[in-house]
Design a protein around this ligand. Structure first.
Ligand SMILES: Cc1ncc(COP(=O)(O)O)c(C=O)c1O
Length: 386
């Protein structure tokens, strides 16, 4: 069997045609397609506004920054997540406070959250790990009572519905990632979704150098008789902003990907069913997530095993790519000093998790090959034969 990748973006002629149109117009930067993608994405998620940026990391950074929190305040984040969740806290001069994750789905542990909360916490970032929804029905009312700004890090989920509500609408601000491995992709890219008009305007400005006017609208005003004497070129810089905007090339990809998202999630669901059915009788390999497939948008197929390193090595020889999502953040040098003692589930569970190849175009024959390898491994490890 040829090498089986862990992730693979699903892009085709539709995306290519839309990019060609951008080439033909010769307007590659921030332009009309970005605005169009923002509107379509906001409509898809169900928020009033969306701001397109050039990464999920930028989305997280700005969603904290737009609140003007005093430096040194704390932000609650789960201990197992991609590093950008916590990096965004540090970018803003804030302090991450790590909360344990639930052993059965790796999302933030509500009981530990209540324990870790202190009066100097100003925000909470919930991560829908691997696409599995955090317990928002408990977290949201609690965060409101504590007057915390609630941010959903929805980088690993797009289009799923949890308890009748779209993921991305449970919080004050939600952040998505469109980097190449995610549910939909723009190569790299991200989106911030929210309902607050003032913050939306601030985010637009922060994502483009802190300018107070939209560069595409300014461009449009630069033509036409009626505008001859207007100062269409003027702008004012009120705050320090960033060069985080999305461009039309990326938006051209995003618009086509968004049209396909239901198919992508449906294909993901079908592959998961096949995987889950295939491993159901294995003794030493169990699914990491409970995989509730209805209206889902899972990004990872992850399994738990006490023989993680042996399994990773075994699959490597079989040309099957694997990874560990993720090493707990407090294990990393930069985050060590924010570590607190009680992250019991995190320390136990992370040693067992392995991500396996999973993307919409993964063929059944490859899934079956992977399943056969898992079965053989399970048999051999039971007999101490590896
Ligand atoms: C949970 C989580 N948050 C944030 C990010 C950052 O997104 P990006 O790579 O688009 O900056 C990612 C993925 O890369 C992620 O998995």
């Amino acid at each position: 069997m040829k090498k089986i990748r862990l992730f693979k973006p699903s892009v085709g002629k539709e995306e290519l045609n839309n990019i060609k149109k951008v080439f033909n117009r010769s307007w590659l930067g921030y332009g009309p397609l970005v605005n169009k993608f923002e509107k379509k994405f906001a409509g898809f998620i169900g928020t009033k506004y969306a701001v397109a940026v050039n990464s999920g990391t930028a989305a997280l950074h700005l969603s904290l920054l737009c609140n003007n929190f005093p430096k040194g305040k704390k932000v609650l984040v789960p201990s197992i997540t991609f590093s950008a969740t916590a990096a965004s806290v540090l970018y803003c001069g804030l302090i991450p406070k790590f909360v344990d994750v639930r052993e059965d789905d790796l999302t933030i542990d509500f009981n530990d959250l209540k324990k870790k909360y202190s009066n100097d916490c100003v925000a909470l970032i919930c991560v829908h790990m691997g696409g599995h929804p955090s317990q928002m029905e408990k977290i949201r009312p609690w965060a409101k009572r504590k007057k915390l700004i609630l941010i959903e890090d929805s980088a690993e989920s797009c289009g799923s519905i949890y308890k009748g509500k779209k993921i991305g609408t449970w919080s004050d601000i939600s952040c998505f990632s469109f980097e190449e491995k995610k549910i939909i992709t723009t190569g790299d890219g991200g989106m911030i979704c929210l309902n607050d008009k003032k913050k939306y305007e601030k985010l637009k400005s922060l994502s483009f150098h802190g300018w107070d006017t939209d560069p595409w609208k300014r461009h449009n005003k630069s033509f036409g008789k009626n505008n001859r004497f207007t100062n269409h070129w003027a702008y004012e810089i009120k705050t320090l902003g960033y060069k985080y905007n999305m461009n039309d090339l990326m938006a051209a990809l995003g618009l086509e990907q968004l049209k396909k998202i239901k198919t992508f999630n449906y294909k993901r669901e079908k592959i998961l069913k096949r995987y889950l059915n295939g491993i159901k009788d294995l003794k030493n390999i169990k699914p990491t997530y409970p995989y509730k497939l209805k209206n889902s948008s899972y990004w990872l197929f992850s399994v738990k095993t006490k023989f993680r390193d042996e399994l990773i090595n075994y699959l490597k020889i079989k040309n099957i790519s694997t990874a560990v999502h993720f090493v707990p953040l407090p294990y990393n040098k930069i985050y060590k000093k924010y570590k607190n003692n009680s992250l019991k589930n995190t320390m136990r569970v992370w040693k067992q998790i392995v991500s396996l190849p999973f993307f919409p175009d993964l063929e059944n024959k490859k899934v079956d090959y992977i399943l056969n390898c898992l079965k053989t491994f399970d048999r051999k490890i039971s007999k101490n034969n590896i």
